[in-house]
Design a protein around this ligand. Structure first.
Ligand SMILES: *Cc1c(COP(=O)(O)O)cnc(C)c1O
Length: 394
């Protein structure tokens, strides 16, 4: 990061004047918290006692044998309480909210996973919670809507625009502008205005920091490549953060190619987008020639976001990380492979990262190591997968 939340030409704070003060307050409070050993101790303790960290790394023995070449190793974020990496971040932000004296949490959610993770910590901390969700997503993701309600949160269906994630995010920002004195806006990924991308990366960096220690313990060295799927980019940034200074570790982000980049039906913001401003930051965006945000598509609802975290755009530009694309059918094939070869049902989002490893492993020498972030478990995707298979007739 250069200064004031800029990553090369990306990032920054493109927000209404009324939000400049709340963002400055948040930045100050966060930087103080980050340097407070007490804050770090409490964060670590909750991650250990409540989330169940640290999460292990697991060698995929049968899958590796089947493919030949590199050894595929998983970082098991699927084993976290609530079933994915998102809870690492919501715990960090809820702790910061409490420290800042905020009484109420709000969040946006697309597939509902971030909404569930926020509702979870709201219950844990005894704070009221409202989650904005596009009306279409409320219909598509009804089990997660029920989960949020079960946990005591209020779900607000957003009918504006295309009634999906970006509209939910706009509504959450509107709520925050009106209520920022007592309300903390919990953003679910490394997007949004500064300091969110930095803060969310730091909270998620536990993934990469653990893996950076675990790989040498198990293999006597670092992995050759660290691979993660990229929606907004928080699980990938969390993994990459552990290895940024290890130039010999290649960092690979995987975007959702949906039905194929050439069809226009995808969610690959870095590979298929152009620079623009969305949700308070300059970033790579899927947009029309005139700058209208394009509706994204992916079989995995969690990757379905038209932007991407600004730091990823910068890592791409400077060549520190590379960003590839995996289509729906490749992701579903990887999903099947992990189920059958390893007895692990992965999230469809994570299956994109796994598919990239499956593509690379056979071309690499035996003994090389591909570390894949298994960002979540796939129980939530059963319906979706069965629907997809019916459609393609398998
Ligand atoms: C939300 C989600 C993602 C995508 O979000 P990032 O911010 O890109 O990590 C990936 N995997 C799982 C399991 C998710 O729930």
């Amino acid at each position: 990061m250069t200064s004031n939340g800029h990553y090369g030409p990306y990032g920054g704070q493109y927000v209404a004047e009324t939000l400049m003060k709340p963002l400055a307050d948040m930045e100050k409070a966060y930087h103080e918290a980050r340097n407070d050993p007490g804050f770090k101790r409490e964060f670590d303790e909750i991650l250990h006692d409540y989330v169940g960290r640290e999460s292990p790394i697991t060698v995929c023995r049968r899958l590796t044998e089947h493919l030949g070449g590199a050894t595929i190793v998983l970082k098991r974020e699927d084993l976290n309480h609530t079933g994915a990496h998102k809870v690492n971040n919501t715990i960090g932000q809820a702790l910061l909210a409490r420290r800042m004296g905020k009484k109420r949490l709000i969040a946006e959610t697309g597939a509902g996973m971030h909404g569930v993770a926020t509702a979870t910590v709201a219950a844990l901390f005894g704070m009221p919670c409202e989650v904005y969700m596009g009306a279409i997503d409320v219909k598509r993701q009804s089990p997660n809507v029920e989960r949020m309600k079960m946990l005591g949160a209020t779900v607000r269906a957003v009918e504006e625009g295309s009634a999906t994630l970006k509209d939910a995010m706009n509504e959450a920002i509107r709520d925050w502008v009106a209520n920022c004195d007592d309300t903390f806006y919990v953003i679910g990924t490394v997007a949004g205005p500064h300091p969110y991308p930095e803060m969310v990366r730091d909270f998620q960096s536990v993934i990469g920091v653990e893996a950076r220690r675990q790989c040498p313990e198990k293999f006597g060295r670092l992995p050759d490549e660290a691979i993660a799927c990229v929606g907004g980019g928080s699980n990938a940034m969390g993994l990459f953060a552990g290895f940024l200074d290890d130039r010999e570790v290649r960092l690979v982000g995987v975007e959702a190619g949906g039905r194929g980049i050439e069809t226009g039906e995808h969610a690959a913001s870095i590979n298929g987008g152009r620079i623009g401003v969305l949700h308070g930051a300059k970033t790579m965006l899927l947009q029309t020639k005139s700058g209208q945000i394009i509706d994204t598509y992916s079989v995995s609802a969690g990757l379905d976001y038209p932007g991407v975290g600004p730091e990823h755009c910068h890592l791409h530009d400077i060549g520190r990380a590379e960003y590839s694309v995996i289509n729906d059918d490749e992701a579903v094939a990887a999903f099947d492979a992990l189920c059958r070869y390893e007895g692990i049902i992965p999230a469809l989002e994570s299956s994109h990262a796994l598919a990239e490893a499956i593509r690379r492993a056979p071309k690499m020498p035996k003994g090389s190591i591909l570390l894949v972030n298994l960002s979540g478990r796939g129980d939530k995707d059963m319906e979706n997968i069965m629907e997809y298979k019916r459609r393609i007739g398998k």
